[in-house]
Each structure stands twice: as structure tokens, then as C-alpha cells.
Design a protein around this ligand. Structure first.
Ligand code: NDP
Length: 295
């Protein structure tokens, strides 16, 4: 039987509907939640993500500011923008869209963001809070979204063997940290694989929950998935497709058609983790606005 589809689009819409009354209340109190998105350069994929974030804010009745800076922006100029947004009282959450151009040190920029406004959850303070299980920070939006997809689709995480493929700071490592916590919606036994892992299929086939975030189109084939496993595909890759007007289509890191015949549940690309990332960014921004309001 083909796998059940875990729709990030639907789960994201459900979470946003739950958040709406909180946004309405903040608005009524004159404390409209505000998100600033900074984009350096003109990477087409980043432009799409930035537009989606602004649109999501507008739909919720939130304030958003998009700061578009040219590719030639210096590190100091970008840091000055971050400083300005740190001081701006209409802005509760701020993200700098990655990747930034090579001449800018992304770690330096991420560390300059006030951790209380770091709704992407990339600041070491927020990463540290995830690792020690302190929920006063902001979990990174994509891993937080993955966890919510599992919880809200009724997947038993506690005691499950979760295999995470990919160990980036923004997806692999924090998703592993979130799922291994001694906490509700966690308590998984976690294995992390990466480019030096030997016999990766031997390990992915042990997964009750398989989370893939490597940026390699359709890398995980059907025979790498344990029958009955739950598969969450974080990958978002553009592959050439002359049959499409725009000349490309989006595919994940998992061979969806093959894996869906083996898995019990699977998230699609697009319509899976992508919309959840935007939703959890909105969620974190609303939490940030509530925390500022409480001060
Ligand atoms: P990175 O390039 O930062 O990290 C990739 C990770 O995958 C690395 O740990 C790398 O290993 C590992 N890896 C690469 N190739 C292989 C391989 N053949 N076998 C095993 N491991 C491998 O990527 P990100 O984490 O930023 O993103 C991963 C994917 O997720 C991308 O497609 C990206 O577009 C997507 N993404 C989607 C988001 C969404 O909202 N849907 C948000 C963020 C990312 P090593 O460390 O050894 O180099």
C-alpha cells in the first residue's frame, strides 16, 4: 500500500490558524509582530524564499520588512543593517537569508543578531538552548517544522530509531538534538549520517523515522528505506526540466516515487518541509513579540 502523505502545507496551515488569535491579540494591543528578512545578492531561490516569508506575514496581519542589499555589500555594511534591526522596536524577529556571498562571514553575521530576535534559531545561544533542552530560545525553523510534522501526523517518536542523513548546523545537527531530548515529542534514539558514513544504506534501513537533508537530488532510493518507515525529506533541489515553463522542477533528496511504495508515511517535495519552515518562522516571531510584550 502506498505511503500516507505528510503534508507540510496542511500542517502548516493548521499551525497558522492556531496562531492567528495570538497575532490578532498582539495587533489589538498595538504590538503587531514584526519580521525583518535581509537578503544579500540576487540568488533566485533565495528571492523566492524571501517573498514567501513576506507573503506569510501579510496573510497573518503581521508587519514585515524586506531589506534587499546588493551582492557587493560589505560585511561591515551587513553588520550595520543587523545592528539597526536589533534596535528597531517594530521588529521582533530577524533573519539573514543564507547563503550570503563568500566575502561575508556568515557566522559573524548570525552571531550579531540579538538572540531574542533570532527567529531562525541559528545564534549559538539558541542552538545551545536546543541542546540543553531549554525552551526559552528559538528552535531552528526547519528542524522545528520537521518535529511538528511528526508529532502532528501522529508518528510515535519516543523510543523510535530516527536516522538523520546530513549534519549541517541549520538542519541535521539541530534536528538530531531536538529528537534526542528527554521531552515530549522527542525521546528518539538518533543516528546521524554524513558524507563520510560507510554503507549509508545499511544505516538508513534501520530507521523507523528517516530524515534526509543533504542537498543531493533523489539520493535515497526505495531500497534504502525500511518497509513501514516514516520518511521526512528536507531536500529542495532544482533539476532541469524542459517540459516546465520555468525550465526546472523541484525534487527532494529522496526518490519519492520509489520510497512511497515502501514507507508507511512520507513528506513530498514541494509541499512538505518547505511550508513548515515558513510556518515555524512565523511561530517563532509571534513568540518573540509575546516575550517583548511581556517585558
Ligand atoms: P549542507 O550542504 O549545509 O549540508 C549537507 C549535509 O549533507 C552535510 O552534512 C554533508 O556531509 C551531507 N551530505 C552531502 N552529500 C552526502 C552524501 N552523498 N551522503 C551522505 N551525506 C551527504 O545542506 P543543508 O543542511 O543546508 O541543506 C540540505 C538540503 O535541505 C538542501 O537540499 C537544502 O536546499 C534543503 N533545505 C531545505 C529547507 C526547507 O525549508 N525545506 C531549509 C534548509 C535546507 P558533510 O558534513 O560530511 O559534508
Amino acid at each position: 500500500m502506498p505511503a500516507r502523505i505528510i503534508s507540510g502545507k496542511e500542517i502548516g496551515a493548521e499551525i497558522r490558524a492556531e496562531l492567528q488569535p495570538e497575532v490578532d491579540k498582539l495587533n489589538a494591543d498595538g504590538r503587531t509582530p514584526g519580521l525583518a528578512v535581509v537578503l544579500v545578492g540576487d540568488d533566485p531561490a533565495s528571492q523566492v524564499y524571501v517573498r514567501m516569508k513576506g507573503k506569510a506575514c501579510a496573510e497573518m496581519g503581521m508587519h514585515s520588512e524586506t531589506v534587499l542589499l546588493p551582492e557587493t555589500t560589505s560585511e561591515d555594511e551587513l553588520l550595520a543593517t543587523v545592528d539597526r534591526l536589533n534596535e528597531d522596536t517594530t521588529i521582533h524577529g530577524m533573519i539573514v537569508q543564507l547563503p550570503v556571498p563568500d566575502h561575508i562571514d556568515s557566522n559573524k553575521v548570525l552571531q550579531r543578531i540579538d538572540p531574542r530576535k533570532d527567529v531562525d534559531g541559528f545564534h549559538p545561544v539558541n542552538i545551545g538552548k536546543v541542546v540543553v533542552g531549554d525552551d526559552s530560545g528559538f528552535p531552528p525553523a526547519t528542524p522545528f517544522g520537521v518535529q511538528q510534522m511528526l508529532i502532528r501526523s501522529g508518528v510515535e517518536i519516543s523510543g523510535a530509531h530516527a536516522v538523520v542523513v546530513g549534519r549541517s548546523n541549520i538542519v541535521g545537527k539541530p534536528v538530531a538534538s531536538l529528537l534526542m531530548q528527554k521531552a515530549k515529542g522527542a525521546n528518539a534514539t538518533v543516528t546521524v549520517c554524513h558524507s563520510r558514513t560507510k554503507d549509508i544504506g545499511e544505516i538508513t534501513r534501520l530507521a523507523d523515522i528517516l530524515i534526509v537533508a543533504i542537498g543531493q537530488p533523489e539520493f535515497v532510493k526505495g531500497d534504502m528505506v525500511r518497509p513501514g518507515a516514516v520518511v521526512i525529506d528536507v531536500g529542495t533541489n532544482r533539476v532541469e526540466d524542459p517540459t516546465r515553463e520555468r525550465g526546472y522542477r523541484l525534487v527532494g533528496d529522496v526518490d519519492f516515487n520509489a520510497a512511497k511504495e515502501v514507507a508507511s508515511a512520507i513528506s513530498p517535495v514541494p509541499g512538505g518541509v518547505g511550508p513548515m519552515t515558513v510556518t515555524m518562522l512565523i511561530y517563532n516571531t509571534v513568540q518573540a513579540a509575546k516575550r517583548w510584550a511581556a517585558n
